[in-house]
Design a protein around this ligand. Structure first.
Ligand SMILES: CC(C)(COP(=O)(O)OP(=O)(O)OC[C@H]1O[C@@H](n2cnc3c(N)ncnc32)[C@H](O)[C@@H]1OP(=O)(O)O)[C@@H](O)C(=O)NCCC(=O)NCCS
Length: 184
């Protein structure tokens, strides 16, 4: 197993992992919707902030995807992905447009924004922790001061994982989602 920076040739595997690990969560039915929300911006606009966990054959089985600057991410997202998102789901497009309001007071201290997913059979073996450590080391070397993420309130396992890694709850969004953050 190895954790390394994302390459262009990993993108389709990463999109598939994004879809497979979304099953049972809020967004589960449509691969294009999952990837437009959680994956495509990062792999195309900030590949240097994306790391993959690979198995023996060098194929990704997990990843951490990140934007080092949420405000720039949101602006770029709205310019490049919003129309596609709206065509896939008006509801998700509405949420994405307004997400920035919830993060307004958070991004100055915690500018980076992350997503992490590991395929089922590789979970619980320390790889998620390894991916977060790799990302945090990289962000630190770039002088980034903090990182945040948004997780569904019902995703109790993931919330415990983040707490274990030193993330703290900084906001709840209508009891539906939680914003967690960590100083770097
Ligand atoms: C959440 C996720 C990334 C964690 O990765 P992982 O490789 O399974 O986690 P690790 O094995 O590295 O665990 C690191 C620590 O967190 C703890 N932890 C991980 N998952 C946990 C869970 N479900 N419940 C309680 N603790 C958990 C581990 O016990 C471990 O603690 P330790 O350091 O004391 O041993 C992974 O389970 C996953 O991809 N889940 C499905 C998709 C998802 O929910 N992604 C997050 C969306 S916001």
């Amino acid at each position: 197993m190895q954790i390394r920076q994302l390459k262009n040739s990993d993108i389709e595997s990463v999109r598939e992992i994004c879809f497979l690990t979304a099953q049972g969560k809020r967004i589960s039915l449509n691969k294009d919707l999952c990837c437009t929300l959680f994956c495509d911006y990062y792999v195309h606009f900030e590949p240097s902030n994306c790391f993959v966990l690979t198995a023996e054959n060098d194929l990704p089985v997990g990843y951490v995807l990140c934007s080092q600057d949420y405000d720039l991410y949101h602006k770029t997202y709205m310019e490049n992905f919003y129309d596609k998102l709206k065509s896939l789901s008006k509801h998700e497009a509405f949420l994405k447009k307004h997400e920035k309001l919830f993060l307004k007071k958070i991004v100055s201290s915690y500018p980076a924004h992350l997503h992490i997913d590991v395929l089922d059979s590789y979970q619980g073996k320390g790889f998620g922790k390894g991916l977060i450590r790799k990302l945090i080391d990289s962000l630190k070397s770039k002088g980034i001061k903090g990182v945040h993420l948004i997780v569904g309130a019902s995703n109790k396992g993931a919330i415990k994982f983040y707490y274990k890694l030193g993330f703290k709850k900084v906001k709840s969004i209508f009891g539906q989602a939680v914003i967690l953050a960590k100083k770097i």
